[in-house]
Design a protein around this ligand. Structure first.
Ligand SMILES: CC(C)(COP(=O)(O)OP(=O)(O)OC[C@H]1O[C@@H](n2cnc3c(N)ncnc32)[C@H](O)[C@@H]1OP(=O)(O)O)[C@@H](O)C(=O)NCCC(=O)NCCS
Length: 140
């Protein structure tokens, strides 16, 4: 969609991003201002946002720890879906990750989000039948 602008999250965007995630994602225990500030301090270019004018309509985090890359907080405003914004966010994030040295990227897909499975397949991801993801909450 030609009038959508894509750019990295700035510190002034954080409150808007948190409100957007409240409405457009399935939530998450680390949706806090502090967590975003920590991420931006490490990777100022890897939380990508899509805007329609001053309205935030999409986001993705391309996380990179120097060893593995993974996507998080992919979301598109429900009034803007199926217009290619999610694909554009992922492709832009992939280019940034490749430039940093990433060669494989993971997407953790919520089991109760069937549209997300279709989306990730459409951008070239396949189910990982080699690894079963284990997770643990640490810290407070
Ligand atoms: C998943 C999500 C980000 C997709 O964003 P989007 O901007 O609508 O995606 P795109 O328009 O780029 O879609 C690209 C392709 O993905 C597939 N796709 C996307 N949404 C789909 C859906 N609801 N059903 C089936 N296929 C879908 C299609 O193949 C689509 O291509 P097409 O429209 O030409 O058929 C969006 O639906 C969303 O925010 N969902 C809620 C949050 C979420 O589940 N995030 C993912 C967490 S892992």
């Amino acid at each position: 969609m030609s009038n959508i602008q894509y750019r990295a999250c700035a510190i002034d965007d954080i409150d808007t991003v948190l409100k957007f995630w409240d409405s457009a994602t399935h939530g998450g225990s680390i949706n806090t201002r502090e967590a975003i500030l920590t991420f931006l301090d490490l990777h100022p270019d890897l939380l990508l946002l899509a805007w329609d004018g001053d309205r935030l309509v999409g986001s993705v985090i391309g996380a990179w720890d120097g060893w593995r890359a993974s996507f998080a907080r992919l979301a598109v405003h429900d009034g803007y879906r199926r217009r290619g914004i999610g694909r554009e966010l992922v492709e832009r994030a992939e280019r940034l990750l490749i430039a940093k040295g990433a060669r494989r990227v993971y997407a953790n897909v919520l089991n109760d989000s069937p549209e997300a499975f279709d989306f990730w397949r459409s951008v070239g991801f396949t189910p990982n039948d080699v690894i079963e993801p284990y997770a643990k909450n640490i810290g407070r």
